[in-house]
Design a protein around this ligand. Structure first.
Ligand code: PLP
Length: 388
């Protein structure tokens, strides 16, 4: 067989490899605490599950429009207006099979050899993977511990060149939990007025997971950007629906038709019952979301304090999402050694920082989507290993 050369450029998401290794150890009888994978440990709310079952019983077994069923796109538009104050035409909304396909489509649209794409580093690994896959040049948006892993608008603006096609941003962020303050977003939006040909993809999938009264800064707030802004969001994290594969994106007029064309070429549409589940999630009671975020907040305090009390470890306070990203340089281990030893010797699955980009060396990601008892147990095991 002769494979396409660019396949060699494709990266991956190490969290899935850690998950597979953890599952193997578990199957062999080891007691593993999984702080590796980024998914809520809660169940999808019951009324959402019921809506999918009802949709199947009601005969929603066929294709839907590639953009998604209209009531769901209308519900997304209503939700965006209610929570973000932004008016969005349902015709600009695409219902997608998860959050990932939106980044894939956006990078496919703008990436090619010679094009530069600015992306968060450390950041969600699929951004850099797909940028390299399409042959574009990845330009890292540096996220630093001493800035709480917020990005600096001045730094980003200084990285733009005539070759820049797309800027990918993510707040609240994976893997750091960093939240970029609104003042930086304002500055970025203002600065981008000088670069009208540069598109923006704002990954806002953690927009409801914010702590200590922080508010989400959506890029939808900037009218001057709206004709070149792609917003990625979805149900995976907010409603504990990672396995349902349901996301959405908001596209500008110039791109929504292309997004639809890519969808038709790729997946046709999201499976119909899942779309009805998403509708129930948006239109139904939100107390499960609030309860989940409150639980994450309590765990966040325990894990951050616990990590900071470990020898050689310091952890900046994450303002959002459900990740802690401590600096482990003081332990003398590399991130990868730490990942391996924690899993193999302590039975704690975490993900090494460089899995999220080269600038993640010296860090390890903990997903605190686990019970308080598991978090406390994991901290005890890590202390034992570090004190050996
Ligand atoms: N964007 C970010 C920042 C994420 O962390 C994730 C998942 O971990 C996704 C997108 C993808 O979400 P989904 O599972 O809905 O594809």
């Amino acid at each position: 067989m002769r494979l396409a050369e660019n396949l060699a450029q494709l990266g991956t998401e190490t969290a899935f490899e850690v998950l597979a290794r953890a599952a193997k150890l578990q199957a062999a009888g080891r007691d593993i605490i999984n702080l590796g994978i980024g998914q809520p440990d809660f169940k999808t709310p019951e009324h959402v599950v019921e809506a999918a079952i009802k949709a199947m019983r009601d005969g929603h077994h066929g294709y839907t429009p590639a953009r998604g069923i209209l009531p769901l796109r209308e519900a997304v538009a209503a939700d965006t207006l209610a929570r973000r104050g932004a008016t969005v035409d349902p015709e600009h909304i695409m219902i997608m099979p998860g959050g990932k396909p939106t980044m894939f489509f956006a990078i496919l649209m703008f990436g090619e050899p010679g094009a530069e794409i600015i992306y968060p580093n450390p950041g969600f690994p699929i951004y850099e993977s797909v940028i390299r896959y399409v042959g574009a040049t990845p330009v890292p948006m540096r996220l630093q511990e001493d800035k709480g892993f917020a990005f600096s608008a001045d730094e980003v603006l200084a990285q733009i060149t005539p070759k820049t096609r797309l800027i990918i941003m993510n707040t609240p962020a994976n893997p750091t939990g960093g939240v970029t303050p609104k003042a930086e977003l304002d500055k970025l939006a203002k600065g981008l007025e000088a670069w009208p040909e540069v598109a923006v993809m704002s990954d806002e999938i953690y927009d409801r997971m914010l702590y200590d009264g922080r508010e989400h800064g959506s890029m939808l707030a900037y009218p001057a950007l709206r004709d070149r802004l792609i917003v990625l969001n979805g149900w995976s994290k907010t409603y504990a629906m990672t396995g349902w594969r349901l996301g959405y994106s908001i596209w500008p007029e110039a791109l929504v038709g292309l997004a639809e064309k890519l969808a038709v070429n790729c997946h046709s549409c999201v499976n119909a019952p899942t779309q009805f589940a998403g509708l129930a999630a948006l239109n139904g009671p939100q107390d499960a979301v609030d309860a989940m975020v409150a639980a994450f907040d309590a765990r966040r305090r325990v894990i951050v304090d616990g990590l900071n009390a470990l020898p050689g470890v310091r952890c900046a306070e994450p303002g959002g999402a459900f990740y802690a990203f401590p600096n482990i340089e003081g332990t003398g281990m590399t991130s990868k050694t730490m990942q391996t030893r924690l899993l193999e010797e302590a039975g704690v699955a975490v993900v090494a920082g460089p899995s999220f980009g080269a600038l993640g060396e010296g860090f390890v990601r903990f997903s605190y989507a686990a019970s308080m008892a598991q978090i406390e147990d994991a901290l005890g095991r890590i202390r034992k290993l570090l004190e050996q």
